[in-house]
Design a protein around this ligand. Structure first.
Ligand code: MCA
Ligand code: AMP
Length: 481
């Protein structure tokens, strides 16, 4: 049997569990509201959750998990094509949403349950198996539409307990963040994490340096963010003594989802005396490594494997690299209770993702330092872009661009960007060279079909697409085009 939230099922207390803006719930109130959701969804296979950054989303996901049902969090800004794919692929029987929120046409065929954060349901009893799916989270690959990673309850429990050890995370911790609730970072770590510990979380609704400063000076102890958020903090620090003081007094500052640039890490350290702790994970694996709270945070390292995680670096041919020399680069492969089970409806992709001995191929390239710490140096696939901490496949954007009538050929690359890490660039051969499509038009087109964070931030018009003898686009040639 797997219990994710003892603090909600064993005599929940009147201590605050969740706060979104000026609305909050104690453990006792959350147990009652989640119990009401659980009573509505129990016995179903999968339910979709319209994952706005609100109290209702947290209540919906927690209620669903307590009932032993799998939740499919939906990005409320997802475009019609992406949403249609996710709903068609995961086939939820119902969508949970905050009352009064208008849902798009792609969800029109689904039964809807309005989530009442003040409901008084029965205190839930958790009785599910650890291998049962907890979440289906959609994640981009290099080509085609996003794949649904099936994350079992075991993985949620294992990763949160491993982080508890690494970060000395306790029920006294108050977390603050402004992360979206339809990905692992904001949902599993940032929402389910504090609830499993019996601590609390304050969600900013949307990220701002003002919100971070306010909450950290008013009782919050930990901050989670993607590197873009830490970049914005680093930029704001010189003119914001309140932010400096708030960060200096925090117990733990954690960055993840993409590499934190050394420059931002060092600027924050210089201004506040605090070093940001980096951890490394994936939707498919949850968390694999972290700098420990009692260890030494250095810029550029994502720390050591978490308890229970087997991690190895391998050569191209699969030979393990044993050297801890800080130089020999290999692909990171991981195995452990933190792993996903499969890609929903994609046995081909699932099989390709694992080695014969059950390690997951991350596609991330790294070296290991003499003390065992992992330093990520790159990625195998150039067609995966990390922008603002979101993983985005070049192929899905190229497909969307090709559906625009003014586009004859399209290639998408990622370029370095100080704020976003990488920015999406669309290389276009126009259907009519006399009237090429503009950036705004293509950005709106992609935002409407896929999601706003997948929109190109720059468009470059080409006469011809550089291709090799096989007809394949030579993306490396594009940078100098
Ligand atoms: C802009 N917008 C548009 C358009 N252009 N909407 C429609 N059509 C357009 N053409 C809207 C956007 O939706 C947004 O709306 C606003 O304008 C600003 O957009 P943008 O510039 O993209 O956002 P930003 O403010 O720069 O966001 C930066 C951010 C964000 C806050 C850092 O990128 C973010 O939240 N990143 C987190 C990603 C994350 O959680 N990744 C975890 C996955 P509005 O103003 O309404 O918002 S990785 C993971 O889970 C693994 C396990 C791990 O390791 O963590
Ligand atoms: P996602 O599929 O959105 O879950 O993104 C997972 C990917 O994000 C990983 O495969 C890494 O490439 C990247 N990532 C996550 N955390 C870090 C980190 N701390 N440093 C560098 N890359 C990271």
């Amino acid at each position: 049997m797997s219990r994710l939230f003892p603090s909600l099922t064993d005599d929940p207390v009147a201590q605050e569990a969740l706060r979104f803006g000026d609305r909050s719930l104690t453990y006792r109130r959350l147990a009652a509201a989640a119990g009401a959701v659980g009573a509505r969804v129990r016995g179903r296979q999968r339910v979709a959750v319209w994952a706005t950054p609100t109290l209702e989303t947290a209540v919906a996901v927690v209620g669903t998990l307590l009932a032993g049902v799998a939740a499919v969090p939906l990005n409320p800004k997802a475009g019609e094509k992406e949403l249609g794919h996710i709903v068609g692929d995961s086939d939820p029987s119902v969508v949970l949403a905050a009352p009064g929120v208008e849902l798009p046409a792609a969800l029109a065929g689904l039964e809807r349950i309005d989530v009442d954060a003040d409901a008084d349901g029965p205190v839930p009893v958790e009785n599910a198996d650890e291998g049962d799916p907890a979440l289906i989270v959609y994640t981009s690959g290099t080509t085609g539409p996003p794949k649904g990673a099936v994350i079992p309850r075991r993985a949620v429990a294992a990763t949160l307990d491993a982080l508890t050890d690494a970060w000395q995370w306790t029920e006294r911790d108050v977390l603050v963040h402004g992360l979206p609730l339809f990905h692992v970072h904001g949902l599993v770590l940032g929402t389910l994490g504090p609830l499993r510990r019996g601590g609390s979380v304050r969600h900013l609704g949307r990220f701002s340096t003002e919100g971070v400063a306010r909450e950290l000076s008013d009782g919050a102890t930990m901050l989670f963010g993607v590197p873009t958020m830490y970049h914005r903090i680093a930029e704001a620090l010189p003119g914001d003594p309140a932010l400096v003081k708030a960060l200096a007094e925090a117990r733990l500052l954690v960055s993840g989802s993409a590499a934190l640039p050394v420059h931002d890490h060092e600027r924050i350290a210089a201004a506040t005396g605090r070093r940001v702790v980096e951890r490394y994970g994936m939707t498919e694996t949850l968390m694999n490594t972290s700098v420990r709270a009692d260890g030494e945070a250095r810029s550029g390292t994502v720390g050591v494997p978490l308890p229970g995680v087997e991690l190895r670096l391998v050569e191209e041919d699969g030979t393990p690299i044993t050297a801890l020399d800080g130089e020999t680069v290999g692909e990171i492969q991981v195995r452990g209770p933190n792993l996903f089970t499969e890609y929903l409806n994609r046995p081909d992709a699932t099989a390709a993702a694992f080695t014969a001995d059950g390690f997951f191929r991350t596609g991330d390239m790294a070296v290991r330092d003499p003390d065992g710490s992992v330093r990520i140096v790159g990625r195998k696939a150039t067609d995966l872009i990390k922008s603002g901490g979101y993983k985005i496949g070049a192929g899905e954007i190229e497909n969307a661009l090709l559906e625009h009538p003014a586009v004859r050929e399209a290639a998408v690359t990622g370029e370095p960007d100080a704020d976003l890490g990488e920015r999406i660039v669309a290389w276009i051969v126009p259907a009519d060279p006399q009237s090429p499509p503009g950036l705004q038009e293509l950005a709106d087109h992609v935002a409407r079909r896929l999601a706003p964070h997948k929109r190109p931030r720059a468009v470059r018009i080409l006469d011809v697409m550089p291709r090799n003898d096989m007809g394949k686009i030579m993306k490396r040639a594009l940078g100098s085009a």
